[in-house]
Design a protein around this ligand. Structure first.
Ligand code: AMP
Ligand code: ZN
Length: 119
């Protein structure tokens, strides 16, 4: 199965450098950039270069790409000094808050998270 890069996908354009982003890290397979509308003092999006609409589709298409997204997220957490206190969140489907249908992981940190505050 080949991945598609829809011409109207915002994150494909950010991956390609056609739309600017505040990029904080990258690897061969993934990039990481700051969320334009941060929900916490540290809010970074980690995005595979390959276009797949959801993390589940990414897992099915390429375990290597899926692993790399989380590897890069962990590296960013380390570099931001929050390796011991962060959340990684994946929204899947518009009813769960997904607005960009290019797989991505939210890395959130710098706020006080509690077990009860998950949703
Ligand atoms: P989700 O709602 O899980 O699909 O996450 C999409 C995220 O992308 C939201 O947190 C938005 O604030 C963020 N976002 C949208 N446009 C941009 C952009 N141009 N640069 C950085 N982040 C963006
Ligand atoms: Zn895309």
């Amino acid at each position: 199965m080949t991945s598609q890069t829809p011409s109207d996908c915002l994150f494909c354009k950010i991956v390609a450098g056609e739309i600017p982003s505040d990029r904080v890290a990258e690897s061969d397979r993934s990039i990481a950039f700051r969320d334009i509308n941060p929900a916490a003092p540290i809010h970074v999006l980690v995005v595979p270069r390959r276009h797949e609409p959801t993390v589940g589709a990414l897992a099915a298409a390429s375990g290597d790409d899926l692993a790399d997204v989380f590897r890069l997220a962990a590296r960013v957490a380390e570099e931001e000094g929050v390796a011991d206190a962060h959340r990684m969140i994946v929204n899947t489907g518009s009813d769960a808050g997904q607005t960009i249908f290019h797989a991505h992981v939210h890395l959130l940190a710098g706020a006080t998270f509690t077990e009860r505050g998950m949703v």
